[in-house]
Ligand binder design. Structure first.
Ligand code: NAP
Ligand code: MG
Length: 492
């Protein structure tokens, strides 16, 4: 069994800590992948110091040379795609098809970022004065902390680490405690790709100790965080006090609006995919279906049939459609929200319990669950559950659908099923989410397209795509006077 090691100053070393936690397969709790020793605060400090020491020479390395290392990492990810996908499924529980998809997304992101290294361009700006001009440069920030969740333990670290490195920052990576094996593989790949000593450091430890030490360290100039709102807002408060730059991508409660003219088969299948894919553990998962009364009965009936036909099981079996919740705590949270839905008076139409029998008893499996007649004030309509639980909210028309869809503290993703162009464009204008999909699930995104949320979901720059480097760079403005004379005009 593996004991996972930290990577600090170019060395893999076991933590001195006596505090260990097992890395458990959520589909079968008898299967232990390895053991984490929870890094100490002292080790977290060493990681930051090693990143700080490596910064001057990494900053001075030409961006295209930095990009070449990221491109090599992309090729190594590709060569190891199947192996890492298998670890991901065993560690996090998602189906093998979902893991392969996540790996491909990660490869695409790394490729895109490697290309950005050759496009770290600025602007040239004409001056008001003769024989003068101005231009802008993008420069790195220094040491950046990447703090990531367990639900996309490969793709999210890659979409933070790759642009951070390309931009010339050095990195301390603090992955979620639940997914150390994939985190170690990612860092091994960057090390093999030739990342210089100290430029990328890995600290495996709890958020409240090692994580807290990293985000409060004065040498950390910026923090890119993805995770829950509770942790993200606290981290934002702390880091902003010392003027550090912060980017937080947090929770979602993503609605799908289904109009009477929708293609019902498509709407049902896409809603099921969005709600139950990755066992509902995507930040972009569909968790509210806002359905007009006219087709609500039919929609709920078809969706229920689809939910009941889902093949639940170990994600490593290629026929499995839905895996387990990630751990016991998440599993209990999901089951407790199902109780809350019942107590608040929603109508349970499908699922609603632990999935058992057929080899499921050793895993954290929950049945795909649908509640009908959910009202906007109920907790299952407002709070992120992060499990395979869908709330159907019935509305009379499009206007009410918009009000209900937007009545939410989060603003990550959304979608609409309709064939009426005018309505679709009104939806695009008025929906309060950072991303939206037309006639497709709320989930999914492409490597070269910006990603992120609004309202309670997102703080700071968008990640990926044309905006990938924004957070990791700052702009320097340069004025050049080539008159060789004292300035004559006034610049205000
Ligand atoms: P989490 O509990 O907030 O943890 C996220 C990361 O923060 C983990 O590495 C965690 O470490 C660390 N952390 C916890 N407390 C900390 C502290 N005091 N200081 C510094 N770091 C700390 O989130 P999660 O349960 O892993 O992930 C699920 C959440 O992520 C959901 O809310 C989901 O919506 C959100 N998410 C959002 C997006 C998006 O793009 N909007 C994408 C994916 C996921 P430990 O693991 O050691 O606790
Ligand atoms: Mg957590």
């Amino acid at each position: 069994m593996d004991t996972y090691r930290n990577y600090i100053g170019g060395q893999w070393a076991e933590s001195n800590s006596q505090k260990t936690t097992p890395n458990v397969n959520p589909a079968n709790t008898d299967d232990i992948l390895g053991v984490i020793r929870q890094a100490t605060r002292e080790e977290a400090r060493q990681a930051v110091e090693s990143a700080a020491a490596a910064y001057p020479s990494w900053r001075a390395t030409p961006a295209p040379a930095r990009g070449k290392i990221v491109a090599r990492a992309a090729r190594l990810l590709e060569d190891n795609k199947e192996q890492i996908a298998q670890i991901l499924t065993r560690e996090e529980g998602k189906t093998i098809a979902e893991s392969r998809g996540e790996l491909q997304r990660s490869i695409n992101v790394a490729d895109f970022c490697a290309g950005e290294a050759r496009r770290m361009t600025g602007e040239t700006i004409p001056s008001e004065l003769p024989s003068n001009f101005a231009y802008t440069l993008k420069q790195p920030l220094g040491v950046v902390a990447c703090v990531t969740p367990w639900n996309f333990p490969v793709a999210i670290p890659i979409w933070k680490i790759a642009p951070a490195l390309v931009a010339g920052n050095t990195v301390v990576f603090k992955p979620a405690s639940l997914t150390p094996a994939t985190a170690v593989r990612i860092v091994e790949i960057f090390a093999e790709a030739g990342i210089p000593t100290g430029v990328l450091n890995l600290v495996l430890g709890s958020g409240s100790h090692a994580g807290d030490e990293i985000i409060n360290h004065p040498a950390v100039k910026a923090i890119s965080f993805t995770g829950s709102n509770g942790v993200g807002i606290r981290l934002y408060e702390q880091a902003s006090r010392r003027g550090a730059k912060v980017q937080c991508e947090m929770g979602g409660k993503n609605p799908v609006v289904i109009m009477e003219d929708a293609d019902l088969d498509l709407a049902v299948e896409s809603t099921a995919q969005g709600a139950f894919g990755s066992s509902g553990q995507r930040c972009t998962a569909t968790s509210r279906a806002v359905v007009v009364n006219e087709i609500a009965d039919k929609f709920v009936q078809r969706l229920t049939e689809r939910a009941e036909s889902m093949r639940i099981g170990d994600g490593s079996d290629a026929t499995t459609e839905m895996g387990p919740s990630v751990d016991e705590s998440q599993f209990k949270t999901v089951l407790s929200y199902i109780d809350i839905g019942r107590e608040d008076g929603a109508t349970l139409v499908s699922g609603g319990a632990r999935a058992s029998g057929n080899g499921l008893d050793k895993g954290f499996f929950v049945q795909p669950t649908v509640f009908d007649h959910v009202t906007p004030d109920m907790r299952i309509a407002r709070e992120e559950i992060f499990g395979p639980v869908l709330s159907v909210l019935r509305v009379k028309d499009f206007d009410e659908a918009m009000r209900v869809a937007n009545d939410c503290e989060y603003g990550l993703s959304s979608s609409i099923f309709s064939n009426d162009a005018a309505r679709i464009f009104r939806f695009v204008d008025e929906i309060e989410t950072g991303m939206t999909h037309i006639n497709s699930p709320t989930t999914g995104g492409e490597a070269h397209v910006p990603f992120g949320g609004t309202k309670g979901t997102g703080i700071g720059d968008r990640e990926q795509g044309s905006t990938a480097l924004d957070f990791y760079t700052e702009l320097k403005v340069v004025y050049v006077d080539y008159t060789g004379r004292k300035r004559e005009g006034n610049l205000y």
